[in-house]
Write a new protein. Structure first.
Length: 265
């Protein structure tokens, strides 16, 4: 569509007719927001500079983009690709070859690549819900993470939680932190301080992933070949005689609700 508009403008003689050009630009300027100080005369001068332009010398490109960190249904410029494109245009240089922006990795299980104590993380509240950052920071600190601080994000419009990091050198820390959250996305932001990652909590944050119980992970002890002593009165008496430490015993049943723990030696 854009190519046809340019072709139509160039073939209509509009750029060579100052009066028609002024009329069109005046109408168009009323529907546009321009930089402060830019006048209709400036716009006319810019348009007239295209007088000798041929449509075959017009190239259309799509600005490098990626999903917006605060809403995946919207997009933002992908960096540093977008800056490279606009810099080339500003300096009248050949445009760099387009390269697809890296797709953000989704949340989920990641390989633990470093110790939590080596992860410096700043926890930010991106939803506006009271206590989010403090709750997550306390939980991470209790699990050995080096929490450098808490605060509010630049916006409270975050729905999904996001981990932002400076460079690929921080990916080990990012992957370690991601294991603590069930729904989180990571994005690279070169403007951040290297060595520290930012955890921005969205409104879908419900808490850290539960820790695996160490006791539950331990293998069950191998049963002894010798039979365990009976919980009957006669069995307890025999145990008392062999151990030399039990001086009195009362009959009990091993699965009785009154049994509160192991027998005392």
């Amino acid at each position: 569509m854009s190519a046809q508009v340019v072709k139509g403008v160039l073939s209509s003689g509009l750029l060579s007719n100052p009066l028609r050009l002024l009329s069109v630009i005046t109408d168009a300027a009323a529907s546009m927001t321009t930089d402060s100080g830019m006048t209709v005369s400036d716009l006319v001068e810019i348009a007239e500079s295209f007088h000798d332009l041929s449509s075959k010398n017009v190239q259309f490109i799509t600005a490098p983009n990626e999903p917006w960190t605060q809403d995946p249904d919207r997009i933002q410029f992908a960096q540093p690709q977008a800056d490279q494109v606009f810099s080339a245009i500003a300096h009248d240089m050949t445009l760099p070859k387009a390269s697809p922006a890296p797709a953000p990795s989704s949340g989920g299980a990641q390989v633990l690549t470093t110790s939590p104590s080596k992860v410096k993380v700043e926890v930010l509240n991106g939803s506006g819900a009271s206590g989010f950052a403090g709750q997550a920071a306390a939980g991470l600190a209790s699990r050995g993470f080096d929490v450098t601080g808490t605060g509010d994000a630049a916006s409270f419009a975050y729905t999904n939680s996001v981990i932002e990091y400076s460079s690929s050198a921080d990916l080990a820390e990012v992957n370690t932190l991601k294991k603590e959250l069930s729904q989180v996305t990571d994005y690279q932001d070169a403007s951040l301080k290297p060595g520290t990652v930012e955890l921005i909590l969205g409104s879908d944050f419900t808490g850290l992933n539960p820790q695996t119980s160490a006791a539950a992970a331990q293998p069950s002890p191998t049963p002894s070949a010798s039979p365990s002593p009976s919980a009957s009165a006669s069995g307890i008496s025999s145990l008392a005689q062999s151990a030399g430490g039990i001086t009195a015993a009362a009959p009990c049943v091993s699965d009785s609700s009154a049994f509160a723990g192991p027998l005392s030696p």
